[in-house]
Design a protein around this ligand. Sequence first.
Ligand code: AHM
Ligand code: MG
Length: 343
Amino acid sequence: MPDRAYIPGDEARIMTIQRYIAEMERIHPDATGEFSTLLRNLALAAKIVSREVRRAGLVDILGGASLTNVHGEDVKKLDVFANQMIINAMESGGQLCVMASEENETIIPIPEEFPCGHYAMLFDPLDGSSNIDVNVTIGTIFSIFHRVSDGERGTEADVVQSGDKQVAAGYIMYGSSTIMVFTTGEGVQGFTLDPTIGAFLLSHPNMTIPKRGRYYSVNEGNRMLWDNGFRRYIEHLQTPDFESGRPYKSRYVGSMIADVHRTLLYGGVFAYPADESNPNGKLRLLYEANPMAYIIEQAGGRAVDGSRRILEIEPHDIHQRTPVILGSEEDVRVAEAFIAGTR
Ligand code: AHM
Ligand code: MG
């Protein structure tokens, strides 16, 4: 795998996402180019969404109080815009047979006028909705499968597959910079968008998560609603034991991408467990938990719903939820022991 990180000023070492994809194709001689084109189209969609997110605070100024912008177009909510932008960028490419999105109740068919491809994609166009209007990090999450249906067009069966069948997954985080992190099952790569040249450059090659961390990330407002086992686990992390690095530090953005990205870089644990009001947790299995679980496992970490690997859950519905506990392998195993009552 290419492992050259971009160092500003060192142009000879620049690895753009395009070049990375081209090198991947060379390594896999059976590649048809269809998947590479899919990734390229996705990177383009990400750049467009990133541009709009960066201008988000200006929309009201430019468009005034009415819901019309300077071009006389309707100003859409950012998440609805991102959804439409991704659909537009991906439906005509010829690589996808069907899509599914957090924003759409049912599957998104590929219109008849476009060719039908061999892949299916699920996505959450703008995750972290509570943070959109307050200038806090949000992002796009995606998950890609091989097509399994064999009719004229794709069906729900193509997107409702277990996470271990994903061929690629990742996220684009619109934070202090825009970064696209993805895996195709051969490690995890992170590309940062250089807005001055409009290209994603390899900035985080072969990302790995520490075996153990010092942070936990969970919405503690739900503490009274958690199961006993999970509550005891968090209390364990808060109990001082300087030799083993406790108490852990608490960090919670409330945007899964930001919380998972920090967990990936620094280690520790991110969780949205089941609770009394959300017996299946809050996060969606197919376009939130699965892609993040794939990334975390590819980086050497662990992702479970409390008792089993997220990637092994057999899905039955596009929008089903699952509890999530993911992060450093040792941390997640300790959480599992508390939940199982063996600690
Ligand atoms: P959303 O899809 O409506 O944005 O909800 C998903 C988000 C995740 O990004 C985040 O981890 C979680 O919801 C935060 O939920 P809460 O506000 O309950 O802590
Ligand atoms: Mg979401």
